[in-house]
Design a protein around this ligand. Structure first.
Ligand SMILES: CC(C)(COP(=O)(O)OP(=O)(O)OC[C@H]1O[C@@H](n2cnc3c(N)ncnc32)[C@H](O)[C@@H]1OP(=O)(O)O)[C@@H](O)C(=O)NCCC(=O)NCCS
Length: 163
């Protein structure tokens, strides 16, 4: 009998001490130049990126834990105050894909923004490589609409539509 997978996730602030564990998760070279966190070719690069996410006020970064408290991925948003928008990037470790963790992490992220920054940020934006079918699938499942395509596919959604 197939084991039922619990797709629930918890978001926990991404801190610098998570770097080593994150590197284990993302040790493959991803197709993902489009994704800052996935584009960690070596330790030093990853350290620089994680330094930025964990120290700059411009980012809100979380690690994604599954129901067994395993570190399965990360979701990071860059604040764009003038546009009242947060630009989201995400990454799920190879061994944990296909379990709806990404969709649920986006929903949890939207809840966090609605609770803490409802006046400041109204929309989430996602910039996706046009060949990233898994990511497009995530957008479609969540009902997030394609806003425009310029090099990348740009998806956009009001925070309130996700919660
Ligand atoms: C894109 C990504 C975040 C999707 O996360 P996920 O939690 O696996 O998403 P889901 O479980 O909702 O699966 C979405 C789709 O991915 C595909 N998928 C499923 N299992 C997969 C696996 N083991 N490996 C790759 N893709 C898989 C399927 O098309 C699936 O849709 P379907 O189940 O309706 O057929 C993840 O593949 C990833 O981190 N990729 C590398 C980094 C990246 O692309 N980041 C996005 C940049 S914006």
């Amino acid at each position: 009998m197939n084991e039922t997978i619990d797709t629930n996730v918890t978001l926990v602030p991404f801190i610098k001490e998570d770097t080593v564990e994150y590197l284990k998760l993302a040790n493959e070279v991803e197709v993902g130049k489009f994704f800052k966190l996935a584009y960690c070719r070596n330790k030093s690069e990853a350290n620089d990126i994680i330094d930025l996410f964990t120290t700059s006020e411009d980012y809100i970064a979380f690690k994604i834990l599954n129901c067994k408290n395993q570190f399965v991925g990360a979701i990071v948003g860059e604040k764009k105050e003038k546009k009242k928008t947060i630009e989201i990037s995400y990454f799920i470790g190879k061994d944990y894909r296909g379990r709806r963790y990404c969709e649920n992490a986006i929903i949890e992220y939207a809840k966090h923004i609605a609770k803490n920054f409802s006046q400041k940020y109204r929309c989430l934006e996602f910039c996706i490589s046009i060949i990233n079918y898994s990511s497009k699938k995530v957008m479609n499942t969540l009902g997030i609409k394609l806003a425009y395509t310029r090099g990348y596919a740009h998806y956009r959604c009001p925070v309130k539509n996700l919660i």
